[in-house]
Design a binder for this molecule. Sequence first.
Ligand SMILES: [Zn+2]
Length: 298
Amino acid sequence: MLDIAVMYHYVRSQDWKGIVPLEPEIFEKQIDILSKSYEIVSPEVLNKPKGLKPRCVLTFDDGTKDQYTNAFQIMKRKGVPGYFTAMSGPLVDKVIPIFNLVHIVLSLHPDEEIWEELKTTYDVAGVPQLSGIYHYEKDIFRRYNKYALNFFLSQEQTRSFLQEKALKLYGTSENLINQYYVNKSEFLDMKSQGMTIGVHCGHHIPYSGDANKFYEMEIEPCGRFLSNELHITPEWYTPAFGGGEHYKAMFRELEPILRERGYKAGFATTPGKNDGLSHFWLNRYDCIHLPPFGSIED
Ligand SMILES: [Zn+2]
């Protein structure tokens, strides 16, 4: 009788182009379906002996506002707990991670318009030839935009291009951060309703290969936000991008550092089942592979 964990990102209506969030109605349906076979629990319960059913932890990455306004409200109404994570970069340092800026800008502007603007702003003539890795993107302009923003331009160029466009919509980065991310008082509200809050990251950087430095740069600042602002002892960790391409090294090298600091488990992006807290890194199924779309036995 094995446990599972489910990974959620955006839980909001599909009013975004290109980015595929999970509709709140589907989320609610998944809770009903999961509840038939699993006991939906907070991560702490994984430490306890099993009851009649295997356990399921609902986990949320990135701390975006929709998780508070949609997912949390549904869970509160249904009386099920869950595990949410914070990103301290936007909340503490007022820096918006580039991957969120890409989501915001590409979902609000037609790709052709963005591409035209990139062409007049930077020398991106080499992009069409190089953009083959995004062949799965049907829209040719989206392909060019993603390659230009994620690989071709420098971080500074990408940030200034995207931030200017995002701020046309939100006015100031403070407004954007307030509207886009779960804030301190909302986290405290979730905590008071029995939700578990853990560490996602500082600035959403994939694992660097230097465990001590990575802990210091990406984990400790977020842990400090939890303890100082939310009065929560950080015990649960969800790595950005599941660790990225060096996730296996991350599993090995970061586990002793996290255990020493009192962390009980890390939620990875590898699919599969779990047996309580018998392993530090817990597998997770992406919600899109769950009924009513798919099956976790896949
Ligand atoms: Zn993330």
